[in-house]
Design a protein around this ligand. Structure first.
Ligand code: XIL
Length: 298
């Protein structure tokens, strides 16, 4: 195969990218994105501040731009994200307690209704665990009660029973880290109590502070053994080592339930960490050595 999406499809997987609505008019960008990828995650356009800028008033203009571009080009869409401490609109940042809890529920219902039946998987909850210690991150949502995550998942299941429901986080790639174990224990608990969860998203933002580790495969297989799919949702690697990119692909391919990989942007110049040159295409749209090694590994 000669593209990432087609190569991933050989084993029933997808290969995706984050897309920005503001770049859909740029042909150098859309040519690569359309050719190489078969799954799309809106980089910012489905976040809470974008979709509900005022309470009860939903806005899907930019999200729909990406959704429509994806579907018109035969791609599926991962929704990102419904409940998160970051990129909340001002009105939500100032809420707390039962009012915030209800606002979260209303937000999930409002966004999922708009896309009902049309989203492959939703990152229902994003980044709810603390960077160290293995416990929850402090946030306005966490302060509404420890059950906020399962409330989000139960709400989401009812709102769109066709979408896979994912928990997504960073620094849960290394199996030996407390944060990984904290999320693992939450997913195990959810599965044992029947809280609806279908997948875990490993963001996989690898850099010098949180480098790729060969126990990544153990992390993937351990989550999968709980009965959830695992997706690599925001992959980027500082410096874009071809060897490390191939290791990531091989680790996913080694686990049947690791069913897709998404890189967090198309070209280095599109990256949220462009200084790290962490992606598969350079700023001119040329394939980097990491691209060649990923394609060969798929
Ligand atoms: C980032 C986007 O790439 C940036 O454009 C934005 O300014 C901040 O958010 N974890 C996530 C993503 O789940 O939503 C983040 O995306 C990167 C880290």
């Amino acid at each position: 195969e000669t593209t990432l999406g087609a190569a991933a499809a050989q084993s029933g997987r997808y290969f995706g990218t984050a897309i920005s609505a503001g770049k859909l008019g740029e042909s150098a960008y859309t040519t690569i994105a359309n050719r190489e990828f078969n799954m799309v995650t809106p980089e910012n356009e489905m976040k809470i501040d974008a979709t509900e800028p005022n309470r009860g008033q939903f806005s899907f203009t930019n999200a729909d731009r990406i959704y429509n571009w994806a579907v018109q080009n035969g791609k599926r869409v991962r929704g990102h994200t419904l409940a998160w401490h970051s990129q909340q609109p001002g009105w939500m940042q100032s809420l707390s307690g039962s009012t915030l809890r209800q606002a979260m529920i209303d937000h999930i219902n409002g966004v999922m209704a708009h896309y009902k039946g049309n989203i492959y998987a939703w990152d229902v909850v994003n980044e709810a665990y603390a960077d160290s210690g293995g416990g929850r991150r402090d946030s306005n949502l966490q302060r509404t009660g420890n059950d906020w995550i399962e409330v989000a998942f139960r709400t989401a299941r009812t709102a769109d029973p066709a979408a896979k429901l994912c928990y997504n986080d960073y620094n849960i790639d290394n199996w030996t880290w407390d944060k990984t174990q904290g999320v693992y224990n939450m997913v195990r608990d959810f599965k044992s109590r029947g809280v609806p969860i279908d997948c875990v998203g490993l963001q996989a933002h690898f850099n010098s502070g949180s480098p790729y580790n060969s126990n990544f495969r153990t992390t993937i297989s351990s989550f999968a053994a709980l009965g959830v799919d695992v997706q690599i949702t925001e992959l980027d690697i500082q410096g874009a080592s071809a060897t490390t990119y191939a290791n990531v692909v091989n680790d996913c391919l080694a686990v049947a339930r690791c069913n897709g990989i998404t890189t967090w942007g198309v070209r280095d110049s599109d990256s949220w960490r462009s200084g790290d040159t962490p992606l598969l295409f350079d700023g001119n749209g040329n394939k980097k050595p990491a691209y060649t090694s990923v394609l060969a590994a798929l």
